[in-house]
Design a protein. Structure first.
Length: 389
């Protein structure tokens, strides 16, 4: 085990040992470092970009180390295809994300641990778990923990998991006053998805073209927001796409929902996002910059078998909590919702009717559990990704 020490407040370059720490993150040899410790009470204006799995945490006594983008750097902490453990760091004033951890073709983010992080006043998301721009991700990320983190006053989402995910636990996290620059929610999870422009081919068959990173992906599903919502099945060929079917050929996708699309949306999902648990979290005072946004928390565009448990959604300009064009197994357990401009909860899945609940200080899930497909873990599905704090 090789521990590297960093003190951004010192004057000399340093050698990276406890008595002579580095001044700059760029001095770190990520090929040998297994632990990077940053002196408490210091502020760095440099981006922290680990290129290998490592634990990052403070040393000494005092306030958490600060990574301050000064409104000119795009990310505070960024990574590509490596699992990190990051503890007790504050990221502020970045033009993009405060913390931006990305899966790539090099690898997923399986085993990532984020504990007691704070991410404030960034231009986009506070904490983002995302794919790396135009890169492809081959394997799903799982066993991700985000524990006791705070993401406030960010321009985009507070905490956003938009990825190929098959297991994440977000515990006792807070997202407050986010979404003031772009359409966003406080606490958010969604798979990789895209909504192409659809043009009529014949009858009720429509075709769209996938662009960017989606052009090289194989779709896993196409979902619509018709009432009742529909999860389309895959057809045998592009030439014969019957009602309720879809088919992909390269970057072209054809769908047939059996009627003119008109106001119906069709979302192309390129990867799973499942087994996501937000537990004892708070999504509050999110700004609504567009219709349907400004929610305290929610699942979007094809999430399945996931839940919000014992969480608070208050004083948001949109809904308290929402499930939008999702798959089966979405569950809302003992929420506390109040003061939300557009109501407490809106739960919508591909195979069940809409459950639309007003703000309340009781569990809105009580009124819909009997008719809603409840996600029941085997013993506790999330036990394998829980750790003793």
């Amino acid at each position: 085990m090789t521990t590297v020490y960093v003190d951004p407040s010192r004057s000399g370059a340093g050698t990276g040992v406890h008595g002579d720490p580095f001044r700059l993150f760029s001095s770190i040899n990520w090929g040998i470092a297994t632990e990077v410790l940053i002196r408490r009470g210091t502020t760095s204006h440099e981006r922290l970009w680990p290129t290998a799995p490592v634990r990052i945490a403070p040393f000494d006594v005092g306030a958490e180390p600060v990574i301050d983008g000064q409104g000119v750097r795009n990310n505070g902490i960024v990574s590509q295809g490596v699992a990190l453990t990051i503890e007790d760091i504050l990221c502020i004033n970045h033009t993009d994300h405060g913390i931006n951890l990305c899966s790539t073709a090099l690898g997923p983010l399986t085993g990532t641990r984020l504990k007691r992080l704070q991410s404030y006043d960034n231009g986009a998301d506070g904490i983002a778990i995302r794919p790396w721009y135009q890169d492809a991700q081959i394997e799903p990320s799982s066993d991700i923990e985000i524990v006791q983190c705070v993401a406030d006053r960010n321009g985009g989402f507070g905490i956003a998991l938009v990825n190929y995910l098959t297991g994440a636990w977000i515990f006792q996290c807070t997202a407050d006053q986010n979404g003031h620059a772009i359409a966003a929610w406080g606490l958010y999870a969604a798979p990789l998805n895209t909504e192409p422009a659809w043009s009529l081919v014949t009858g009720t068959v429509y075709e769209g073209t996938l662009a960017g990173l989606y052009a090289s992906r194989t779709l896993s599903a196409v979902l619509t927001n018709g009432l009742p919502q529909v999860k389309l099945s895959e057809a045998s060929s592009m030439e014969v796409v019957g009602p309720g079917q879809w088919k992909q050929s390269g970057s072209a996708v054809r769908i047939n929902i059996g009627k003119p699309m008109a106001s119906i949306r069709a979302i192309c999902r390129v990867a799973e996002c499942t087994s996501i648990l937000f537990e004892q979290c708070r999504g509050t005072r999110t700004v609504n910059t567009g219709g349907g946004d400004g929610c305290g928390g929610g699942f979007d565009h094809g999430v399945e078998n996931s839940e919000f448990r014992d969480s608070v959604f208050a004083n948001n300009e949109g809904r308290g909590v929402i499930s939008h064009i999702c798959g089966s197994g979405i569950k809302l357990v003992r929420p506390l919702t109040y003061g939300n401009s557009e109501g407490g909860a809106r739960l919508r899945s591909t195979i069940v009717p809409v459950v639309d609940a007003p703000d309340c200080r009781e569990s809105v899930a009580v009124s819909c559990q009997d008719s809603y497909p409840i996600y029941t873990p085997r013993q506790d599905r999330f036990a394998t990704i829980r750790r003793v704090l």
